[in-house]
Write a protein that binds this ligand. Structure first.
Ligand SMILES: Cc1ncc(COP(=O)(O)O)c(C=O)c1O
Length: 370
């Protein structure tokens, strides 16, 4: 079986975790939390890191720290993981959708300005599958309308936009460190920002909004979104190898593309001239020319011991949204199309070239045998 993703934990993870256990620093205080937050923020080119329990809570916390609430609108892509939309709903705010670009699969910035209303508070672009969004036009719309920009960079550790790291492009950014991410803490997340006010507010809200000078006095509804020292210990060890992991993902993508090239009916991930795509997951679209639908291909690959995943189902098509009366009658044709045709192949950093060759050969044989 070739799993879709396996974390690579061959560095100092065990040494650092053992240190937590030996020294009794197993909760959310301790040197690894600070070092991981500082180190990852520095990696993104900003000053502040606020670790959280996962990427979904990082998104919720970021929006809460910006004061997003009932009556506010947040613009996000129709094509994303539901965490992005859920974070908006947790705040009682209204998600407003924008269709995807057909090649990068990111939010189509040309459609953004038309979605801004007097209630819009935040633009929430998502760097899908590791390709950064075209941020200049997004930041331009934000500037024109005085909006916050929160990057959902859950899938884009190390991605570059015009030479700058994803995570350092908006007012703040949210990462996930789930086990399939480019670096992992098992479960975990982080907000990074260069804005000290946002950071202070996020730090307070993530820690139950205890008052600094009188601990059990609360003037806000806070959350417990604290990462543990043990998680951060794993994160710090992972961070030490992040450049290596990014290069592995990129090398795997290049090999996949080379081996799959020429098979009819496959559309490949792109890399815009201004971008460094980190290929979080090696993602392809299966068009009619392939001769077999996306789901049937996934079934054939599963029969050969190769695990794959479908693309996200667009936000407006999710039953939970329909049941809530959201997005009634709205259509986002690109998101719908890629949601139906997309899949990702095994993509973890630890994947071997032999495994990639095995997967590519299987895809070629399945198509060739039709
Ligand atoms: C785009 C996007 N946003 C947010 C998240 C949420 O991260 P987590 O699973 O750590 O809650 C994910 C997770 O995969 C994601 O892909």
């Amino acid at each position: 079986m070739i799993p879709v993703c396996v974390p690579l934990l061959g560095g100092r993870e065990l040494e650092y975790v053992t240190d937590c256990v030996r020294t009794n620093w197993i909760s959310s205080k301790g040197r690894y939390v600070n070092e991981f937050e500082e180190g990852f923020a520095r990696y993104c080119g900003v000053s502040e890191g606020i670790s959280t329990t996962n990427g979904t809570t990082a998104l919720h916390l970021a929006l809460a720290a910006l004061g997003v609430g009932k009556g506010d609108e947040v613009i996000l892509p129709a094509f994303t993981m539901m965490s992005t939309a859920f974070a908006v709903l947790y705040c009682g705010a209204t998600p407003v959708l924008v269709d995807a670009e057909p090649d990068t699969w990111n939010l189509d910035a040309t459609a953004l300005a038309g979605k801004v209303t007097p209630r819009t508070k935040v633009i929430l672009p998502v760097h899908i599958y590791g390709h950064p969004c075209d941020m200049d036009p997004i930041l331009g719309v934000a500037r024109d309308h005085d909006l916050w920009v929160v990057e959902d960079a859950a899938e884009a550790h190390g991605a570059l936009y015009r030479g700058r790291k994803a995570g350092g492009l908006g007012d703040c950014a949210c990462f996930s460190f789930y086990a399939n991410k480019i670096i992992t803490t098992g479960e975990g997340g982080m907000i990074v920002t260069g804005d000290e006010e946002i950071a202070d507010r996020a730090r307070s809200l993530k820690d139950l909004a205890f008052q600094k000078d009188r601990r059990f006095l609360h003037t806000d509804v806070g959350y417990n979104y604290r990462m543990t020292n043990i998680q951060a210990a794993i994160g710090l060890a992972q961070l030490e190898r992040i450049d290596e992991f990014v290069e592995m993902r990129r090398a795997h993508a290049a090999l996949y593309t080379r081996l799959l090239r020429g098979i009819p009916g496959i559309r490949f991930p792109v890399e815009r001239p201004w971008a460094r795509n980190v290929y979080w997951m090696y993602s392809i679209l299966i068009t009619d020319e392939f001769g077999l639908g996306r789901d049937a291909l996934m079934g054939e690959l599963a029969n050969r011991g190769i695990e794959t995943r479908t693309f996200f189902m667009p936000v407006h098509e999710q039953p939970v949204c329909r049941d809530m009366g959201l997005f009634t009658g709205e259509r986002y044709p690109v998101a719908e199309e890629i949601g139906r045709r997309g899949l990702y192949l095994p993509s973890g950093s630890g994947l071997t070239n032999e495994e990639i060759m095995h997967v590519a050969t299987a895809v070629r044989e399945i198509q060739g045998g039709l």
